[in-house]
Ligand binder design. Structure first.
Ligand code: BGC
Length: 391
């Protein structure tokens, strides 16, 4: 950080130029402003601590791509990407104000943790001891519990790295938080490169054996966050297998081929084509793919999405063995988004790189999808969302 400081000053100077004259953006830049202030908290003796100011960071690259993220939930609030004619649109669902995020929402742009997706019946056994979690998705625990990492204040630190402007966020989850054992120290960063990549890096360590499975949860609509349904988006997933689940989305433990099922995206297919056939309550895609590449040391291609009208393309590369594909089935128009947008069912999709759901209760997956983290080990994940266009 010390070495990055002079660069930071240059970056802020550059950003001032970039924001005064948007067309003159010639290099990476970032700026920061205040997004809001969190409400005060009270300890068990009633002593009040004022809530922190939530800073928003704006990252800009040489192509005019813009990513905004905030210290609340380390949430990505905006992603502006050019289409095939160079016209930029914001392709991430989200809100204009902190108050809207605080009202509650289905993890728009957030980071799910300490354990992404579901843990069956909100319990697991680790080294012979049973742990109970909040059943916030009755009877299961979803995305870290009642107050998961999506609702925490993450201290932000802007940096100018060799590959582009970046923000590092830090959060320390106390021992016993949401029922999980061990103090988990997490850092994550977003870096915007000149190749139109958002590079997401997670690192975590613990002082007791625990569970750690983090996932980025942006909802995308490559035609624009307010452009209606995503059914025409063409999706390819590099996975010949998936983990079928029960009605409540808990995997059975089996790993089955996608061939001959509506879940087969091994060749590009519009998201809407087999959406009805995917079944579910509510109907739509909401399942984990077993990526052919498995867990890898470096990020490898997991999925590609093409939005034919705008020509926008998004590729997902990850180190993770699993990819949750979710078509916003639970969106019901109750979330009023940016600029008054109403987000209805299927108006956004998520491609969440992670370990398989409920892995902690599936010993048979230990070698493919291990979510147990022990003292002395470092949890590492890199996931990249890369944007481009087809003519
Ligand atoms: C899950 C969905 C869930 C959504 C929450 C996704 O990761 O797969 O089942 O409803 O998150 O918004």
């Amino acid at each position: 950080m010390r070495r990055a400081l002079p660069a930071l000053v240059i970056a802020f100077a550059l950003s001032a130029v970039a924001f005064a004259q948007p067309k003159a953006v010639t290099g990476p830049a970032f700026e920061q402003d205040t997004f809001g202030k969190l409400p005060p908290t009270k300890d068990k003796n009633g002593k009040e601590t004022p809530g922190p100011i939530v800073t928003r960071y704006t990252l800009v690259n040489k192509n005019g791509m813009v990513v905004k993220c905030i210290e609340y939930g380390a949430i990505i609030t905006e992603i502006h990407v050019p289409d095939k004619s160079g016209k930029t649109a914001d392709v991430a669902l989200g809100f204009d104000t902190l108050a809207d995020y605080l009202k509650g929402h289905p993890y728009f742009g957030a980071n799910a943790g300490r354990c992404a997706n579901r843990i069956a019946n909100g319990k697991f056994t680790l080294d012979g001891k049973e742990y109970k979690l909040a059943p916030n998705d009755k009877p299961h625990s979803l995305h870290g519990g009642k107050e998961g990492f999506d609702k925490k204040f993450w201290r932000g630190e802007p940096m100018l790295t060799a590959t582009g402007p970046s923000v590092k966020f830090t959060y320390t989850s106390p021992d016993g938080e949401e029922g999980y054992p061990g103090r988990l120290s997490v850092t994550m960063s977003y870096t915007l490169t000149d190749n139109n990549e958002i590079v997401i890096d997670y690192r975590a360590t613990t002082d007791k054996p625990t569970v750690c499975n983090l996932a980025h949860h942006s909802y995308f609509n490559l035609a624009g966050h307010n452009a209606g349904d995503i059914k025409g988006h063409e999706l390819t997933i590099a996975a010949k297998h998936y983990t079928p689940g029960d009605e409540t989305l808990i995997p059975t433990g089996k790993i089955e081929p996608v061939a001959g099922t509506p879940f087969d995206f091994t060749k590009a297919k519009p998201m809407g084509r087999d959406l009805e056939k995917a079944g579910g309550k509510p109907v739509g895609f909401d399942l984990n793919y077993v990526l052919d590449k498995g867990q890898t040391a470096r990020p490898e291609l997991a999925a590609r999405v093409v939005e034919p009208k705008s020509g926008r393309v998004m590729e997902v590369l990850t180190t993770e063995p699993g990819l949750q594909f979710y078509t916003g089935n639970f969106l019901d128009g109750s979330n009023k988004g940016k600029g008054g947008a109403v987000y209805r069912q299927y108006n956004g999709f998520c491609l969440e790189a992670q370990k398989f759901p409920d892995s902690v209760n599936k010993p048979e997956w230990k070698d493919k999808s291990n979510v147990v983290l022990r003292p002395g080990e470092t949890y590492k994940q890199t996931t990249i969302y890369q944007f481009s266009v087809v003519k």
